[in-house]
Each structure stands twice: as C-alpha cells, then as structure tokens.
Design a protein around this ligand. Sequence first.
Ligand SMILES: [Zn+2]
Length: 405
Amino acid sequence: MTRRLKGASSADTRSAILDLIRSSGQVSRIELSEKSGLTEATISKIVRALIVDGLVVEAGFAESTGGKRPVLLELNTASRYALGVSLDYARISLVLCNISGNVLHSHAVPGAGRSKPQTVIDRVAREIGKFLDKHGIDRSDVIGIGVSGAGRLDASGGVLRSSRQTGEWEEFAIEAALCEATGMPVILENDANCAALGEFWSGRVSTAHDFATIYMATGIGCGLVINGDVYRGASSNAGEIGHLSLDIDGPECFCGSHGCLEVMATPAAVVRNARDDRALWERLGLQEREGEDVRTSFATIAAAAMSGDESAESLVRRSAQYVATAVLGLTNIFDLDRIYLAGPGFATAGPIYLGVVRDVLERTAFMRKVHSVAVEMGETGPGAAARGAASVVLHSHLTPHHLRG
Ligand SMILES: [Zn+2]
C-alpha cells in the first residue's frame, strides 16, 4: 500500500520514490510508476537524478512479462554511510551502516559513567575518528551521526533531560557539542525511537504497518511508528510507557509518580526483588553492588530463569506480567497489530517475556476478535540502539518526506 504522490513537492516526491526503492529491495521503473501513481516519464526523470547522485543503481533485469525485460533498480548501498552511537551509562557502541541500514562495522568503548558530558563527547568524537580511519571511510561519505540515549528530550531536540543518571547532562546540548567536535551533522533521538526506526528502515516492517517497539535497557521506553514515521507527540517525548503507572499505591518512581512500569519491571526491579529471596541470591552468587552491575545481576537471574530455576523464573515472569499489562494498554489505545520487544533487557529471557505478552494480548486485547496482534522479538544485541540511531540519520536525510508528512 502506498500513498499516492500526485501534488507532492518535487523534493518530497524524490524522497518518496527513494523510499519505495529502499522498501522494495529491487524494483523496476514500471512497478514504481504503478506503486506511486506517477507517470513512467516522471519516474524515469527522478530515477536518473538518483543514479547521478549515486544513491540508486541498476541491478540486472526482471522476468519478462511479454515485451522487453525491465531493468531492476536498488539502493546503491556502497554510496554513503551513516554512523550510529548509543550513549549509555555502562557502554558506548558505535556502528557504521550502509544506506540499507545494515551494520558494516561496530565497536564498543567504555560507557559515559560519571564523566562530565564534554569529556564524554570529546572521547566519542576521537573514537569516531579512529573508527572511520580504521575502516578507510571518507568523512564526506558519512551522511551524519545518529545518537541514541535514554531520557527525555528537550523541546529543541538537543538536550536529554532527567533520566536516572543525568546530573550534568540535564543542560548539555549533545547534538551541538558532537557536531562541533566531529564536523558532521548530528541527530539525537531516544533509544526506543531509534530501535523502532531501526526495525522499520532495515525493512522488517513495511510502510503499511503501524507498530510499537518496546525497548528495555536500564529503563523501558516505547517507539511508535505511525504512517512510516515515529510518533513524537508535543515535545518528542511520546511513548514513555516506562512511566505508565500500574499501581497507584506502588513504590515511588523518580518521575514523581507511583508504581510506574519502570519501578515494577525493569532489570533493577527484578534484581531488587531477588535480593529479598536470600536462597536465590546466594544460589546465583549475586553480590551487593549498585549502578552499572544491575545488568550483570539481571542477566544472571534471566539465565537462571531460562534454565528452569523456579524462583528466578517467577521473578522474571512477574516483570513480564507488568510489561504485558502496559503493552495491553498501549495496544488498546492505538489499535496496534504488531509489537516488537527489543533492547538488551530482553536479550536473555526474551522468550519468557514474549510468551507472557502474547498470552495476555491473546486473552485480553480489546480487539482480539477483530484482529490478532503479532508480538515478535526485535534486536536485543548491545548494538541495537546504535544501529537504530544510524537508521534515524538515513530516515531523516534520505527520506525527509516522512517528517513533513
Ligand atoms: Zn515514573
């Protein structure tokens, strides 16, 4: 399904045709004409310009349907690159993607920790320089740098505010600082939106589908892709499913509310609950450490749950029940038919979360008799947010018609 393009501006038409080529994999000019509603002459003109710009190449012939075999077009994946950076407390990941959103190279360096923002940004800029040199990538071929981080965005889109470990990051303009340090365009986006756009750009989801990606790392967020773009809300902060209150009498959350999904279900919550079960705590060899080690402890509990430790499994299932309850609310509000679970929080015990969320939606989604809701695993590797951040660059620079739509 494609929105007809007649009456769109020429820049938007070009952007939409490039997006059709991207999402088709390989496509002929005739098919582009049919899908877009534009004449073959117009398509030929746009395609010629895209080929001259090096964004599209001819790639063999389609099967003949009677006459001449039509020439197939595809993205020229070697033409440009996008860099993705996930700026995380415990680990910073860098990835270099081609314009199809596929990861060509990746690299991880120590996280931001408690260092001053400018120190971290200068270090990231140096790492980016070394990373590009190592792989022989010319900076002029890099479209831009996408940065993924947890937390709220400032209205200007440049500042991450009030995530748990922010401190001095509160008033720090990440986009401007990294742009200054690298000389490249920078776009900041929250990790959940990055993960959602990563799924979309890499072609796992067609433009016809609206979907949500639930992203769990230290916190839990959600990226909503509606009509081929992330739904941003009034200040680019839509999708804060982590601060959906599930128990008004529950524990206080740092956001000011009570019983938020983040307090009830994150890795930190599971580790906190495990601490109350001394037998489990000692059996798994968990230790009293805070901050960056929560993920290690959570991974240990998740692995035990997966290998049949009943106490560990019941803790993870409890977390999954809260995630499922929040996803149920989201699904009912937006009438979604597709959900992805992504991010390192789902890396080990993903199958347990997947099973519980599917079960809850099958039994209780309001629209279950009208349509089913597909729940699938998204990317859970440590580079998932960085790859998504690179997709954000591609999405906003190569196909900006989505943003204006
Ligand atoms: Zn909260």
